[in-house]
Design a protein around this ligand. Sequence first.
Ligand SMILES: [Zn+2]
Length: 275
Amino acid sequence: MPEGHTLHRLARDLDAAFAGTTPSVTSPQGKFTAGAALLDGREFVHAMSWGKHLFAEFTADAWLHVHLGLIGTFTIDRHAYVGEMPVVGQVRLRLATDEHTGDLRGPNLCAVITPDQVEAVMGRLGPDPLRPDPDPELGWRKITRSNRSIAELLMDQGVLAGVGNVYRSEVLFRQRVHPLREGRRIKRSTWDAIWLDLVELMPLGVATGKIVTVAEQVAQVQADLAAGEVDPLEERTSYVYRRAGEPCRACGSRIRTQVVAGRNLFWCGNCQRRS
Ligand SMILES: [Zn+2]
């Protein structure tokens, strides 16, 4: 499933392609014909993401709300030639101008909603480390009262928005927190460290399109960003994610795995102690 950095990049790319234009909006697949007709002929104002939700504002108070779910994709292509792009696959929603075509396929959710509904959706979501002024206190209040594991809580979009299976495993390793520790047994300083780590790491995901967590790669991308030129990383490495049975990069113990909140969790039993 795409994590928050993917949605943030998507909002940025949609803005670059469509902000200030009046795209034609259609549903080649036919499942979003009425919604597309509502948006067609309106100016695309801007797009933004909150966690795994994408919102695009059109003039006269119409908002497109998209959740990609597990298999959804939203591709944006710049036309290489004049004329309409051929439709490939099941395109739920197409935005098209003379210069760009954006095709949404297989989303979990695609709807036209009102500004009040946008507020309501956002009100149910926890703080997103990629938003301009997130409030980590809201996440902390839910964590410190919960007897659910921190691994489960980090995946709960009402606690923290945008973090998925990869970031949760990696950040818990980086902060040496056992993933099954209950929320109410997490110290405030530990939550602050997890939050600040995500605030540091997730923009690197936006910049590169990959989840960067291993110290050497983090340093490399940060140096690239400071120099103003990001080299796309050839290969993502991780500390624990999808490394079950392999040696921990810090201590050499075997990385463990277990299903938590429906997804495979990975950790080092030696570096990330229970107590
Ligand atoms: Zn270890």
